[in-house]
Design a protein around this ligand. Sequence first.
Ligand code: PEP
Length: 249
Amino acid sequence: MIIANWKCNGSTEMVLSWFEAYNIEFNFENYDFDIFIGLALPSIYLNHFDREDSQFNFAEWGVQDVDHSDGSRTGAISVDMLIDMECDFSIIGHSERRQIFNEDNDLIKEKLKSLNNRIMPVLCIGETKEENDKGITKDILKNQLEIVNGLELDESFTIAYEPVWAIGSGLTPEPKDINEIHKYIKDVVQSNSANNLIPTVLYGGSVTDKNAESFFKEEFVDGALVGGASLDGTTFAKIVNIFNSTKKT
Ligand code: PEP
């Protein structure tokens, strides 16, 4: 699984040129069609063009965040609206939502509950540099994962492990350390969810076409959530091609 997170970037012109570049680079001939390739463009562009058109048909469509309720909530987009617009997934709990918009675990849990069994949730978790330096990464992740406790999770439930210090910095943990953390995340969710689900776990944080292979080779890395490098259609297609060549779904 590879997901692009465009964040608050893009324009009509960029969307169209991105797909053109992507489709030139994307290795259609050797593509394993079971691989989930998700695009979380700014939601305003979701229905800006014909998603049925063949140039877009490799993609699953998602959003970068969602609200847990509807009605008098100015600026919000609800889960019902995502279903109405045929969205496939929503990211929740991104560190930028936690830090800039002050979202806490209670709110993120409400979002998870409103998505669960309806639209695939992609829950972001990760420690800060300070927490990493203190050696408390696992404690922080366990705390962020408390929101799954006792929940009957949908099979599609996905986690993106995104160390905050790796996002947009060009820094990443060592692949073997990411692998160990992914195993830990899978174990925690399996132990604490009502249905003992083993989630899909993506790595996110400064993934590029240069370092992607080193992460994808690791046993418990099920794919990537890609920010900055996803803004270039050619680079994103290269990352998908690298993932495809490791034959993971
Ligand atoms: C992100 O913020 O979700 C992300 C993965 O960013 P980047 O790839 O730019 O580090």
